[in-house]
Design a protein. Structure first.
Ligand code: DHE
Length: 515
C-alpha cells in the first residue's frame, strides 16, 4: 500500500464516519427546535408520518435551503451535502418505539394563553354567525373574515400544518383547530383571541365536536388512539386505545360527529370495523336498530359499557377509511383508498347493505348532497380520475358521471345556490374551477381566475350569495364571487389559503358542505 492510498483510505474513513452519524448531526443542529425525540418543539415533528405528507421540496432540499415563510433556516453552508442526504434518510426512518402519549403526557402539554380574557359579547360589529375562517397554510395562520364586508377582523398564528375542517362549538362562539402534529388550538371568535393549545396526539388526522358541544374527539395515527378532550378547558377526558376485535391496533383515519345519533363515528385504517362512540349516555332511540342487530349477533354493543363514550363495533368485510354520511346519519358510504370498491353501511342495523362501483379513488369525504327530481343525490370527486360521480342515495346507483378537466379534491354548494363548485386540484388544469348546475348536471362555467395557479376549495357566505375561492399559492388570494352571476367581487391577498369555513354553514350542517 502506498503512502497516498493510506491517506486516501484514512480520509474516506473520516468522511464515512461523518456520514454515518446523522443522529449526532440531528442532535447538534435540529433537536433544539424539533425535539430530542424528533417529535417536534417549536418546529414540527420530523418523523415519516409527517414528512411523507410534505408537499413541495424534498426533505434534503429543505434542510439545505430552509423553508420559506417559516423559521427553518438553510444548512447548506454548515452541513456537507452527503451529511444532509444521510440526515434526510434518518428523518424518514420510523422511530424505534412509539412513545407513550397517554392522558398525563397530553395534559402536560396544555398551554393557556395568559393574555386571553373571556368577553360577554363579540368585540366586533359584524354578524358573528357570518364569520368565515380562512386557513392560510403558507405561513400557518388563520384569517377571520367578516362575511358581509370581507374585512379581515383578525389574523392569528396556528400550530404548524393545520389539516381538516376546524370545528365550531354549537353556538358558533369557539373554534377548534387541529394540526397534523396533533396540536389542538382553541380560539374565541367573540374575543378574537386564542384560548390555548394542547397536543392530543403525535400524528393526527382530524377532530370532531360532540352534538352537545362538550367533547372534542381527536383521531390519531400515532399513537393508535382516540383522544377525548373537554371543549371547556381542553382537559383530557379519556384516551381510548383503538384495538380491533382481532386484537390488532389500528390507526384512526377520521372521526365525525353524527348529530342525530349523539355519537362519534370512527373510520379505522387497519381493521375492518367502524366504531361508534356515544356522546350522550341516554341516546337510546337511535340505538334501537342497533339492539335489533345485536339480537342477530351482528355487532358488539353498548351493553358492556353503557354511558358516555360507550363504544359499538360495526364489522365490515374490509377496512374503510373515507366516509360520506346521508343527511339523517342512518347510512354512510365508505371507500378504501386504492380498492376501487365502495360500500354502503347502514349504521342502525350495523352492516353493509350495498356495493358501489367507484373506481378512480373517490374522495367521499368531500361529498355533498342535494335534492334533484324529488330524489336526494350526492356527488363525489375522484382523486385519480377526471370525473365526478353523482349517486342516488336511495338506490345507490351512479346516475351520472361528469367529465372534468382533471381529478379534483373538494366540492361545495349552498342550499340557496343552484350550482355546486368543483375544483381540478391535480394535473395541468389545476387553475380551473367548474361551476355545475345541480339539476342539469351540466358544467355552466369554468372559471380560471389566475392562469397557471392552483384554485381550490370553495365556501359560501351564510346566505349563499357569495362564493369564496382559494388561489392556493404562496402569494395567493381568496377571490369572492357573486354566486349567481359568477362575476368576481373582490380579491383578498392571502398566504397559500386552503380551506375556508363559514360559522353558520358549519354549525347548521349545511347540505352544501362536507361535514
Ligand atoms: Fe385532507 C379534510 C383526509 C390530503 C386538505 N381530509 C379532510 C378530511 C379527511 C381528510 C378525512 C375530513 C376531516 C374533517 O374535516 O374533519 N386528506 C385526507 C387524506 O386521507 C389525504 C388524501 C392524505 C393524507 O395523508 O392526509 C388528505 N387534505 C390533504 C391534502 O393534501 C390537502 C389538500 C392539503 C393539506 O392541508 O394537507 C388537504 N383536507 C384538507 C382540507 C380539509 C380536509 C382543507 C377540510 C375540507 C372542508 O371543507 O371541510
Amino acid at each position: 500500500m502506498t503512502r497516498f492510498t493510506v491517506i486516501a483510505s484514512a480520509l474516506a474513513l473520516i468522511a464515512g464516519a461523518a456520514q454515518a452519524d446523522p443522529v449526532a448531526i440531528y442532535r447538534d443542529n435540529c433537536a433544539t427546535c424539533h425535539g430530542e425525540d424528533r417529535l417536534g418543539g417549536t418546529g414540527p415533528a420530523l418523523i415519516p408520518q409527517t414528512l411523507g405528507r410534505m408537499r413541495g421540496p424534498d426533505v434534503a432540499e429543505v434542510i439545505a435551503k430552509g423553508r420559506a415563510a417559516t423559521q427553518m433556516p438553510g444548512f447548506a453552508e454548515t452541513i456537507g451535502a452527503e451529511e444532509i442526504t444521510a440526515l434526510a434518510d434518518y428523518l424518514k426512518t420510523p422511530l424505534a418505539a412509539v412513545p407513550d402519549w397517554g392522558a398525563e403526557k397530553i395534559a402536560g402539554t396544555l398551554w393557556r394563553d395568559p393574555d386571553y380574557a373571556p368577553v360577554k359579547a363579540p368585540v366586533f360589529d359584524a354578524d358573528p354567525l357570518n364569520i368565515t375562517l380562512v386557513v392560510e397554510t403558507g405561513d400557518h395562520h388563520v384569517s377571520v373574515l367578516d362575511g358581509d364586508t370581507f374585512a379581515v377582523l383578525d389574523r392569528f398564528e396556528t400550530p404548524f400544518a393545520v389539516h381538516g375542517g376546524p370545528k365550531f362549538s354549537p353556538d358558533g362562539r369557539f373554534v377548534f383547530i387541529m394540526s397534523r402534529d396533533g396540536w389542538v388550538q382553541k380560539y374565541d371568535i367573540w374575543a378574537l383571541h386564542q384560548v390555548g393549545r394542547v397536543r392530543a396526539g403525535l400524528n393526527s388526522r382530524n377532530i370532531a365536536i360532540s352534538a352537545d358541544g362538550k367533547w372534542l374527539a381527536v383521531a390519531n395515527y400515532l399513537p393508535m388512539t382516540l383522544t377525548l378532550l373537554s371543549t371547556d378547558d381542553l382537559g383530557v377526558e379519556k384516551v381510548m386505545p383503538v384495538i380491533g376485535k382481532d386484537g390488532k391496533k389500528s390507526r384512526v383515519s377520521a372521526v365525525y360527529q353524527a348529530p342525530q345519533r349523539d355519537s362519534f363515528i370512527l373510520a379505522l385504517k387497519d381493521t375492518p370495523e367502524i366504531w361508534e362512540v356515544a356522546t350522550d349516555p341516554d341516546a337510546d332511540p337511535v340505538y334501537e336498530g342497533f339492539v335489533h342487530s345485536r339480537e342477530k349477533g351482528m355487532v358488539e354493543g353498548l351493553a358492556s359499557s353503557e354511558g358516555l363514550f360507550a363504544r359499538r363495533r360495526i364489522m365490515l368485510s374490509e377496512p374503510l377509511d373515507d366516509f360520506f354520511f346521508t343527511d339523517d346519519y342512518r347510512n354512510l358510504m365508505g371507500a378504501a383508498r386504492n380498492s376501487g370498491r365502495g360500500v354502503v353501511v347502514n349504521l342502525n342495523v350495523g352492516r353493509e347493505i350495498a356495493e358501489l362501483p367507484l373506481p378512480g379513488m373517490p374522495h367521499l369525504g368531500s361529498g355533498i348532497s342535494w335534492e334533484r327530481d324529488g330524489r336526494r343525490v350526492m356527488a363525489t370527486p375522484h382523486l385519480k380520475e377526471a370525473k365526478l360521480s353523482v349517486i342516488d342515495t336511495e338506490t345507490w346507483q351512479v346516475i351520472q358521471s361528469i367529465d372534468t378537466e382533471g381529478p379534483g379534491f373538494f366540492l361545495r354548494s349552498h342550499e340557496n345556490s343552484p350550482y355546486f363548485w368543483a375544483d381540478v386540484f391535480f394535473g395541468p388544469n389545476r387553475d380551473a374551477m367548474h361551476v355545475i348546475d345541480k339539476q342539469s348536471l351540466e358544467i355552466v362555467r369554468t372559471l380560471r381566475p389566475v392562469p397557471g395557479a392552483t384554485v381550490a376549495h370553495v365556501e359560501f357566505t351564510r346566505d349563499g350569495k357569495f362564493a369564496l375561492v382559494s388561489v392556493w399559492e404562496e402569494d395567493g388570494a381568496v377571490i369572492v364571487y357573486d354566486a349567481e352571476t359568477l362575476e368576481e367581487v373582490t380579491r383578498l391577498p392571502m398566504r397559500k389559503p386552503s380551506g375556508k369555513y363559514n360559522v353558520f354553514n358549519k354549525i347548521t350542517f349545511s347540505e352544501g358542505t362536507s361535514h
